[in-house]
Design a protein around this ligand. Sequence first.
Ligand code: GDP
Ligand code: ZN
Length: 462
Amino acid sequence: LETATELDTIAAISTPPGEGGISIVRVSGKTALDVASEIFKGKNLHKVKSHTINYGHIVNPKTNAIVDEVMVSVMLAPKTYTCEDVVEINCHGGIVPTNDILQLLLSHGARMAKPGEFTERAFLNGRVDLSQAEAVMDLIRAKTDRSMKVALNQLDGDLSHLIKNLRQDILDVLAQVEVNIDYPEYDDVETMTSKLLREKAVEVKAQIKQLLQTAQEGKILRDGLATAIVGHPNVGKSSLLNRMLHEDKAIVTDVAGTTRDVLEEYVNVRGVPLKLVDTAGIHETNDKVEKIGVERSRKAIQTADLVLLVLDSSQPLSDEDRQLIKVTDEAKRIIILNKADLPMQLDTDELFNLVSEDQVIRTSATEGVGLDDLKEKISKLFFGGIESNQNSVIVTNARHIGLLNQAEDALDSVLQGLKDGMPVDLVQIDMTRCWDFLGEITGDSYQDELLDQLFSQFCLGK
Ligand code: GDP
Ligand code: ZN
């Protein structure tokens, strides 16, 4: 583990690439003030108060040429994002001045920061634990207000506190077991110790189970609900999609792929981000998705958390409709009878023989009718009870979920060992494993590769 004193001074552009009103170049580290002072003309940055912003110019010391007019924030350790001295240069938001300033910093003692390295410093310097650092990224990526709230709570340390308490409880009982083992002359020590371990294992397991119960909802809030819209041509898929996208100001993000960029679109349904699968096809004028038909739908259906099957209620049920109903039978689905503004031609008796009536809703994409019902249904399907317990701790992160499962397994081994009459010092090993797994969530124990892998997913400059 690197200690704070060994960390060098890093710099990066912290605002998104491209032109903007303002760009911010951030510097952090022991020599942050020295580095910035080399290229800043204005007040003596070493003498200004901490947490002030100061007017001046960035000047290339070699040529004396002015690079930009800037405001420089000075924030002294330890009350900063990284717990180190931080200088933030607010410059005019052009690509050239911003890059020039960064280059000047790099040639005057700063090193280019890796993605997420400022947040990594906050972790290494002990300001946040690992689950809080991860929450920073979740916050940045949050697609809805509700996803954001969950990330904020995690950043605030809600999950960390819970995990730390569980670990402390386990530690206490392990210490007690140690004492008991050291005094074997006492009567019944073995029985007493087993009882202690069993009670604690049962208790911690119950809490872990409770946390894991929030995982499905949590993962959806963090990553979105993968949703496929299927149905044969002209039933109104594109129209419905457009309605949903318009009403809720969809967030469209670019995801850099290996060969080409994939467009991801999110619709905000009562705070639940619906991640629309394969909309690229749906948007294309020749409706590629529809041409490729059922086979393609089958694939989308398999990868989706939710399937919206759209039928045209102004037409009798077709063979292709029947096929799609069959194909989606296993999925979590909602069947949308669209074109409710037109006379009903679809035989609902036949439909309700094939599907349960409560899966079905009626909409008119052109009139904007039924979209609220649709949202209500989606929300109910995935978020039965969450409305009421919005303030409880929710696990959202696959890494955390995996570790909680491992911790639970370790507790099962503890309980099984006790049942089988295994010696207490062996049972203790499983209890300690549980303690370790929980510690990986907060980063009390971790491998360096984990840090690299986690923080490399961050944006540059964060
Ligand atoms: P897709 O092929 O399934 O994507 O269907 P589109 O959204 O392209 O719609 C096909 C046609 O049906 C278009 O002319 C739409 O205007 C029309 N349409 C879509 N939804 C409705 C609706 O609710 N009522 C009526 N009357 N027409 C609709
Ligand atoms: Zn279409």
